[in-house]
Design a protein around this ligand. Structure first.
Ligand code: IPM
Ligand code: MN
Length: 357
């Protein structure tokens, strides 16, 4: 008898619940094939709940979520709610309170997916960004003086603790070692200008690197990285960076892997509960039409299974996704796939079931 995993499901806003439904369809089918069980519990956090109750996230939420083995999130963001309220009140709050200190974002171009880069194919685009997820400019340090006047002063500070930086860097080295692809870890920073913050990052990086002689420790400035992502994405294996730079470069990463329809990520606490999500947002204009691409959510589901230790199931889902992108979908864009949201989920299940273990 296989294991049972308790999963908290937050469908969230816009198309979140639709893509989550397809993700669950696929991971449930994988559970059946690979002999484990998923015990799902729904949570209604999101814009609709906020508009109804005035409460963004109940104070009990973190403790409640901590009882699960993982969290599967759709998307947060509602057209009738002022930007920032839900993002800060749900997504960022969960990242802080659950100490989800790594944001893991694979950038992989699957077969058949249109890539905006000239002469680049799946053999060139396969790297992973490890983004610090609880500090930096996201920590909320700073303040405003004389607001609304000509003398207004706004300060937003980047918080970098030795502990926070080092644990993220350690995770990245371990991840790179386990991935065992090019065995190269690139620190993405800005040591030529941000001489306090990235001095700390750089020292911590090269100190930890001494414990990993098999990993090539490499460095690139963030501005140069955006250039190389476009020109030579094949240079990268694993990249580690701070919260803000990670936010920016992973959107660029998502575009070179075919867009938000396919990009997935994990908010990880290596010793606690982790949260997996498609990174594309709630896309409210496509809500309820059964045309949004669910592959990002399906890939997030595979990442979640991998994290839980069900690596065979995760690999089978990824292979099935590659068949769907390579042989079926006309495009990854909403409404242009040649299939509906639910059909893409069904196709993935079908190919996943056919995969030999
Ligand atoms: C992301 C998003 C979030 C971030 C927003 C929605 C707060 O862009 O997960 O990358 O900036 O981290
Ligand atoms: Mn982002």
């Amino acid at each position: 008898m296989g294991k049972t995993y308790n999963i908290a499901v937050i469908g969230g806003d816009g198309t979140g619940p639709e893509v989550v439904a397809e993700g669950l369809k696929v991971i449930n089918a994988a559970a059946e094939k690979f002999g484990f069980k998923l015990n799902l519990q729904d949570y209604d956090f999101g814009g609709d709940r906020y508009l109804k109750t005035g409460e963004v996230l109940p104070d009990s939420a973190t403790n409640e979520l901590k009882k699960h083995d993982a969290i599967f999130l759709g998307a947060i963001g509602h057209p009738d709610v002022k930007p920032g309220i839900l993002e800060k009140g749900i997504l960022l709050r969960l990242r802080f309170e659950l100490d989800l200190y790594v944001n893991l974002r694979p950038v992989k171009l699957y077969p058949g997916v249109e890539c905006p880069l000239k002469d680049k194919g799946p053999e060139h685009i396969d790297f992973v960004v490890v983004r610090e997820n609880t500090e930096g400019l996201y920590a909320g340090a700073g303040g405003v003086l004389k607001k609304g006047t000509q003398d207004e002063i706004a300060v937003q500070e980047s918080i970098n603790t030795r502990k926070g930086v080092e644990r993220c860097i350690r995770y990245a080295f371990e991840y790179c070692k386990k991935r065992n692809k090019e065995n190269k870890l690139t620190l993405c920073g800005k040591t030529n200008v941000l001489t306090f913050a990235f001095d700390l990052w750089e020292r911590a990086f090269y100190e930890v690197a001494r414990e990993y002689p098999q990993i090539k420790a490499d460095y690139a400035h963030v501005d140069a990285i955006t250039m190389w992502f476009v020109k030579n994405p094949e240079w990268f294996d694993v990249i580690v960076t701070d919260n803000m730079f990670g936010d920016i470069i992973t959107d660029l990463g998502a575009m070179i892997q075919g867009g938000m329809g396919i990009a997935a990520g994990g908010n990880i606490n290596p010793t606690g509960v982790s949260m997996f999500e498609p990174i594309g947002g709630s896309a409210p204009k496509y809500k309820g039409q059964n045309i949004i691409n669910p592959l990002a959510a399906i890939c997030a589901g595979a990442m979640m299974l991998d994290h839980l230790g069900e690596s065979k199931a995760a690999a089978a889902i990824e292979k099935a996704v590659m068949i769907v992108t390579g042989q079926k979908l006309k495009s990854l864009a909403a409404g242009k796939m040649g299939y509906s949201t639910t059909e893409v989920g069904d196709l993935t299940v079908k190919y996943m079931q056919d995969i030999k273990e």
